[in-house]
Design a protein around this ligand. Structure first.
Ligand SMILES: [Zn+2]
Length: 344
């Protein structure tokens, strides 16, 4: 519970400390006066770093920035023209949920997404920074009022204040599009200590996704562009293999061999070097040269599955579970075992 008090206090403090132009539910309260027990997530103010540009107030609760309308108020971060939006958390979610999940998806999936997005933000907020989140995939996509949709807004409203908890703290409620059949452990994806609720689960619910299985091929010279002298030193190329997989089946290492040697790349570095657009995920079923790899025009052929890092909630899986009648709580319990949904 200490973590909860810390974060809610910090949000309130942030809202007060950021700017006199920011008007929030907590304006005028000092950190000491703030009582987290009396607050709900609905009333939290969130700081979103929108970036450089001119913002213009429309009225007391909306403003324009780069041709888009946003809820909340704004201020400028110290040391330059970066605009920071201060917006009630629930109103921020009105725009995030439809950007992160199609509003046409079933209610329980949208509700699970809303709870995950709400928890992510509360878990992520850091009073030592000038902002809590950025409006892109780095955190969550947030583009203001025009993205809002009644179905998503309904899911936010009907789950207002609900968060995912583990052992008294906010869970790390991360998510990605399609896991391809097995979610990834956070430790394998990003390092750090294993988390029991982010260890990865078998997911039979995302098979309807267009990303469940995919095929890709790319010119072998892309390997040279990606890895430079490390590939050139191998001489004429001979083979490319998955050297090791983690428990979810994702490639931990990829080996590339040539006449004069071999080179091992970590899976994540391989995906980054080749490009995330070519490799939607690291769940590689197979990888091989198509044709003679020593010849000009040789290609690398890859069969794989899933889209994204695969850790936490599988969004297409949430859709599949919702279609089958599962509730948002059931969906979240499945992808984050040992957690529970509770009020902030
Ligand atoms: Zn899945």
């Amino acid at each position: 519970m200490r973590r909860r008090a810390f974060v809610t206090s910090s949000l309130a403090f942030a809202a007060v400390g950021l700017s006199v132009r920011s008007r929030t539910a907590y304006a005028g309260q000092s950190d000491d006066e703030f009582d987290p027990a009396s607050a709900t997530a609905r009333g939290q103010a969130l700081r979103v770093l929108l970036g450089r540009g001119d913002a213009r107030a429309i009225d007391g609760s909306t403003f324009w920035f780069r041709g888009r309308r946003y809820r909340g108020t704004f201020s400028y971060a110290a040391g330059g023209g970066r605009v920071v939006s201060v917006v009630p958390l629930e109103q921020y979610l009105y725009s995030v949920v439809p950007r992160e999940m199609p509003p046409s998806w079933p209610f329980a999936a949208l509700a699970a997404q809303a709870i995950a997005a709400r928890t992510y933000v509360l878990q992520r907020s850091n009073p030592r920074r000038e902002y809590d989140v950025v409006p892109s995939e780095v955190d969550q996509v947030y583009t203001g009022i025009d993205a809002e949709n009644p179905a998503s807004t309904g899911a936010v409203d009907r789950t207002a204040g609900a968060v995912l908890r583990f052992d008294g703290s906010f869970a790390q409620a991360v998510y990605s599009s399609c896991c391809g059949g097995h979610t990834e452990s956070s430790a394998d994806a990003w390092g750090g200590a294993p988390l029991s609720y982010l260890g990865g689960v078998i997911c039979p619910y995302c098979t309807a996704s267009p990303w469940y299985r995919w095929s890709r091929s790319f010119h072998a010279r892309r390997l040279r562009a990606a890895f430079g002298s490390k590939i050139a030193a191998l001489g004429p190329l001979r083979s490319i293999n998955i050297a090791e997989r983690d428990a979810s089946g994702r490639a931990r290492y990829v080996d590339i061999a040539g006449a004069d040697g071999a080179f091992r790349s970590e899976g994540s570095a391989f995906r980054l070097a080749v490009g995330p657009r070519i490799l939607p995920s690291l769940l590689l079923v197979s990888i091989a040269f198509a044709g003679d790899p020593a010849q000009a025009g040789a290609r690398v052929a890859i069969e794989g599955g899933g889209l994204g890092h695969g850790v936490g909630l599988c969004q297409w899986g949430a859709r599949g579970m919702a279609v089958a009648g599962a509730s948002a709580d059931t969906i979240l319990n499945f992808y984050f075992p040992g957690t529970h949904v509770g009020d902030d």
